[in-house]
Design a protein around this ligand. Structure first.
Ligand code: NAI
Length: 334
């Protein structure tokens, strides 16, 4: 089957080529993001393969359908970038990679928490400049602190387990109680109670209408003063402007984000020689107590290998007309 791969980076190509070797699939790699403007590149391709910041909206889907595309294969877990209702109306199949390595994201999340708390990122720069002073690097013991996990699915449950290992009291907020968390002793509470009690709040829910700007000015006002907020889910789960306000007032103690609500215009490219046009992101980068990374929590060898293997199986299953175990229905994503 011919597959148009959008938003291709060298690592995508390497892993996808390895996983599809000998399968007979013909992958064409495009660096461009998929948008309604670039969808013409996929004309005549029965399948496209997209990533987190492709814009698979109704206009893009209509153009793809018109060009003969029937499968939207997302090489990621979240599918908020796809208009699932429109895809269904157009008779297209959408598939994703439900679990490629929840460990990759969970371990990275804890890395952000530790780095931010103990200011390892600042210490690294200081020492390289010959500054061995400790002023300003004071952290706190995670042991004995309360951590709130919002979304206790595959990733959240692993984060909960690691934080439990540190000796944290772990609170969970989710509409479904995950037995793996319950058996750990994670205490399920309402969001307000979680925010009020947690020293660290970490977000692991998908982006849906219900979670869009879940952490807004109201939620921030309900957080424990000086608490840490970490987001490795999707940027729009937090209201960045409100978060900046809470950081400026000192209400929010620190922020670690691997995702950003306007990231599609910035992330995944080297922009070091250009002027950053995004004023909100630029402001975030000025805070000493903010750590921003460019959507790399998933980026491990294991995760990329699993993503590519799942994509290869998806292409083959679809071509052979089999039911896809990783197909996504609009209702399933809330
Ligand atoms: P999952 O589907 O296993 O777990 C998500 C959990 O969130 C579920 O338990 C669900 O019930 C819960 N949830 C849904 N709506 C909620 C709400 N309104 N309030 C609280 N909880 C809610 O998904 P998984 O694999 O744990 O991934 C979570 C998210 O992490 C993905 O949707 C994706 O957006 C993000 N992600 C980020 C990556 C990165 O590189 N930064 C990589 C992979 C995923």
């Amino acid at each position: 089957m011919r597959i148009a791969v959008f938003s291709t980076k060298s690592y995508d190509r390497a892993f996808l080529e390895a996983a599809t070797r000998g399968t007979g699939h013909d992958l064409q790699f495009f660096e461009a993001r998929l948008t309604s403007g670039t969808s013409g590149l996929a004309r005549g391709f029965p399948a496209v393969c997209v990533f987190v910041n492709d814009e698979v909206d109704e206009a893009a889907l209509a153009a793809l359908a018109e060009g003969g595309t029937k499968l939207i294969a997302c090489r990621c877990a979240g599918v908020n970038q796809v208009d699932l209702q429109a895809a269904k109306r157009l008779g297209m199949t959408v598939a994703r990679v439900p679990a490629y390595s929840p460990h990759a994201v969970a371990e990275y999340t804890v890395g952000l928490i530790l780095t931010l708390n103990r200011q390892i990122h600042r210490a690294y720069n200081r020492v390289r400049e010959g500054n061995f002073a400790l002023d300003g690097l004071l952290g706190f013991d995670l042991h004995g602190k309360t951590a709130g996990v919002v979304g206790t699915g595959k990733i959240g449950a692993i984060v909960a387990r690691i934080l439990d290992g540190f000796g944290c009291r772990v609170l969970g907020f989710d509409s479904f109680e995950n037995p793996a968390c319950a058996s750990l002793g994670v205490q399920y509470v309402g969001l307000d109670d979680l925010l009020a009690a947690s020293d660290v709040v970490t977000l692991h829910c998908p982006l849906t209408p219900a979670t869009h700007k879940l952490i807004d000015a109201n939620a921030l006002a309900r957080m424990k003063p000086g608490a840490m907020l970490v987001n490795t889910s999707r940027g729009e789960v937090i209201d960045t402007a409100a978060v900046i306000g809470a950081l400026k007032s000192g209400r929010l103690g620190s922020l670690g984000i691997d995702v950003y609500e306007e990231e599609e215009d910035v992330f995944f490219e080297d922009r070091s020689s250009t002027v950053l046009q995004d004023d909100m992101l630029a402001r975030l980068l000025t805070f000493p107590n903010v750590l921003v990374t460019g959507h790399q929590a998933f980026f491990t060898r294991e995760a990329l290998g699993n993503i590519a293997e799942t994509m290869a199986a998806t292409f083959t299953g679809f071509e052979q007309g089999r039911d896809l175990p990783n197909a996504v229905e609009p209702a399933a994503t809330g």
